[in-house]
Design a protein around this ligand. Structure first.
Ligand code: PLP
Length: 359
């Protein structure tokens, strides 16, 4: 297998792929693949409900929360959130922490009034804004945060307290990477294709009260209560993706749940940040120390030329996906839950050798 550091779609656990392969043609004795069956049938429905309850169980079964399986990616949530929650006389408040937060704000602006509660733009988004700088207006419909900025490689270490204002988080690139208290959030969403499974399904975990009462003037498919009332089976769900999410969740349980994956993730991230920090400036981590992501490790070399050489050599050595996002350049190792420790170890060994040859 390749040393896969893709930012998304990203590596999946080998155990999950192997299990899916074994079940691919004949799912549990039905003589059909899971993707060939009716989503109204007992077999698929069982998988669907298993995935919902596994997800809640990994979060400690927070009371009053529901899971939705939607389509359209996290990008569709950028629009659905203000469409559903930004009502007359309210303003949508956003923490502007990086490229993805910026996309979320831009979409909300199409729907109604927005407000920037805090920003790290002046710092080129190389840190998460200081929580104490967050100002939430009285008429805020919600506060939106991006828990992990995939492109810049920053991640919240703690979340703001918002009182009565609902806290909404885009957790696309760090959901289930560590233990956290789901009760802090009123609404969490994530595209599946980094930590949860293949692309094609978008997961929402939210207080039922947030989902129950959607405006009637917006299209049926874009109302959360349509999906709540129909248990995410209003129309044909992305059934194969939901099945895969269920298998990834089972795998997370087998790793010791969120505590288990967190421990592994910290060890992996520590390995890479350590070689950056001990390289005497050969590798440079541009992100502020207190904002470093354990999912997307971004780093730079002395010149773009040397970065190109690094990419070329890593590709020859069997590494995939280490090029930084085209909007920021540099290098990025995305080390989601499914990226094995051995891949990270191989990367740091390569980095040490590269420095010897080019330092
Ligand atoms: N939000 C974050 C933090 C992301 O990393 C991404 C994709 O990389 C998105 C949103 C967009 O997700 P999607 O491609 O599912 O629309």
């Amino acid at each position: 297998r390749a040393y896969n550091f893709n930012a998304g779609p990203a590596a999946l656990p080998l155990e999950v792929l192997t299990r899916a392969q074994a079940e691919f043609v004949d799912f549990r004795g039905t003589g059909m693949s899971i993707m060939e069956m009716s989503h109204r049938g007992k077999v698929y429905e069982e998988v669907h409900h298993e995935a919902e309850s596994r997800l809640l169980s990994l979060l400690g079964n927070p009371e009053g929360y529901k899971v939705l399986f939607l389509q359209g990616g996290a990008s569709t949530q950028f629009a659905m959130i203000p469409m559903n929650f930004l009502t007359e006389g309210k303003t949508a408040s956003y923490v502007l922490s990086g490229s993805w937060a910026d996309k979320a704000v831009k979409e909300a602006k199409l729907i109604g009034e927005t407000h920037i509660a805090a920003s790290s733009e002046a710092d080129k988004f190389m840190s998460i804004p200081d929580l104490s700088s967050i100002e939430i207006p009285d008429n805020a419909a919600y506060l939106h945060v991006t828990s992990n900025e995939t492109i810049e490689g920053t991640q919240y270490q703690q979340y703001p307290k918002t009182g009565n204002v609902p806290l909404i988080a885009d957790m696309s690139s760090d959901i289930l990477c560590r233990e956290f208290d789901a009760n802090q959030f009123d609404f969490i969403y994530a595209g599946a294709q980094k930590n949860l499974g293949p692309s094609g399904v978008t997961v929402v975990i939210a207080r039922e009260s947030m989902l129950a009462d959607s405006p009637k003037h917006i299209p049926t498919m874009l109302r959360y209560n349509t999906h709540l009332k129909n248990d995410s089976l209003y129309n044909t769900p992305p059934s194969f993706s939901v099945y895969m999410v269920n298998e990834v969740l089972r795998w997370i349980e087998e790793q010791g749940g969120l505590a288990g994956v967190e421990q592994a993730n910290r060890k992996k991230a520590g390995l890479i940040y350590d070689i950056i920090d001990s390289s005497e400036g050969f590798y440079r981590g541009p992100v502020a120390a207190g904002s470093r992501s354990i999912m997307n490790v971004t780093f730079r070399l002395a010149s773009e030329e040397l970065e190109k050489q690094f990419i070329k050599e890593t590709e020859q050595a069997g590494f995939v996906g280490l090029k930084g996002h085209r909007s920021v350049g540099g290098l990025r190792a995305s080390i989601y839950n499914a990226v094995p420790y051995d891949s990270c170890k191989a990367l740091v060994d390569f980095m040490a050798d590269f420095q010897k040859r080019h330092g």
